[in-house]
Design a binder for this molecule. Sequence first.
Ligand SMILES: [Fe+2]
Length: 324
Amino acid sequence: MTTISEKFVFDLADKDECNSTDYMVAMDAANVKADKIAGILSEDRVALIHGVSQIDADKLMAGIASEFGLSEDLEIQAGFAAIHGHRKNVGNYFMSVNERGEYSFIPPHSEGNSRMSMQLSSFYCMENTTDGGETVLWGTGRDEEKWRGAKEFKYKIKTSRRTLSKTEIAELRMMHGIDWEKDVVEEDDEVLCLHDAPIEGVHRYSVLEPAKKSFSKILGTDRYVCWDTIGSVDWDIAEGFAKALQKAGLFKTPAKFDDWRELDSSSHRKVWSSGINLPSIFTRAIVRKLRKGELIVMNNMSWAHSACGWTPGSGTRDLVAAFA
Ligand SMILES: [Fe+2]
């Protein structure tokens, strides 16, 4: 078995709090309104609401999104799930979470990428009777030095052409996720490989771009964010997570397995090892095994989410997510 070096340990022991902490405020659905939750998020804390019906989870999310001017974004994200078909819509705004293999874990990431700039994330628990499946949230640190090694995976182009036709520009955007004006390989990008040549004279590369700050509408400031395109492509972030789970007794494994990497749900997306250790970019952590009827809401830009695996057959884990 591959061992994981000690330097990556983040101590998650005793962080499964049922009640409020410095970072998380727990409340009962009966006496909570959207503006109160918005206030908690504005203090950069996570809101946990117990005893929420699925209908009320939708209503609360609509109210919270509205507080931050994100109503349209909430609807758009739910619409994307239906269009792409990779997630199932549940209620008005929630969608199923991605399926994963037996025992597999999801390393820390904030939903989406720097272009999408998703502000708000939430998870609602329909059922969670497995022997694991804990949700682990990570508060991002503000020490900018610590983010210097972080890089975001992107597709960018190189071309000697000065102009493209409107059709070519539209094709690049719609079919290949490229913004003709902006997504050009720059000097400080690390080029990984040539991906394809979608248009005559235009080559598309996969690159690692130095992480840049994004504007958080909830906090009113620019923040470094561990986007999915940062957290899920980096072996070291996953390694730090796996090690922290092992130390806290939350790492479920089959009786026989060769390498913790086999249990990483995003191992196929890994492109590099950053050298980052979790306690440098994340300064706080919350472990919560969500119970039926619990809704957890956070600022997607200042809190990354991750999840533990569980023993197959030990129960059912049915969580849905909403983003804005
Ligand atoms: Fe996610």
